[in-house]
Write a protein that binds this ligand. Sequence first.
Ligand SMILES: [Zn+2]
Length: 214
Amino acid sequence: MKKVNIIVIGPPGAGKGTQSERISGELGIPHISTGDMLRQHSDLETEHGMARDYMDRGDLVPDKIVYSILDHRLKKRDTENGFVLDGFPRDISQARHLESMEKIDAVISLEVDKNNVIRRLTGRRICDSCGKTFHLDYKPPVKEGVCDKCGSDLVQREDDKKDVIEQRLKKYRDKTLPLKEFYRKKGVLRKVDGNKDIEAVWNDIKEMIEEFLR
Ligand SMILES: [Zn+2]
């Protein structure tokens, strides 16, 4: 199989994680989420701890910390057939860093309207203990406020609260518009309507991937 390196970009709440997971399953390549990597409970590692402090404040994690964690991940053997990268790069300087390490074949941009983003994000809940994610509208837990998987409490992440979201969206727009332009010029940008439901978005992506692999 030829190596395929895919990036999924989109505003917070666009469904990057869900769609990346599907691509990963379809192509048998790992889903690498920088958000998850940075948020992991690994208090032994200073870099992870520092990263979480930034995220809880709704700030972007400094590049030096992200690069260190990401570079280490991309060197693992399971990326030999490629990867799906979600949450990175966020701006052109990160894109250049990535370019110096890996060739990118496709950048899937999930395009979602602002009001949809806000509605989706304020409904997100995450398990305090195992990290499993839920959504009050789209993926509610069987029992309100309790994780289906491990029975722990569900919480709203600091960076899913409304004022933090608006701050994140503004930062997203300022940094990502030039990023999309960067990839458009390279001929690898693929836009997908992310306002549709999960299945419809997945069908569009799947079609695109099939066409792309042909
Ligand atoms: Zn849980």
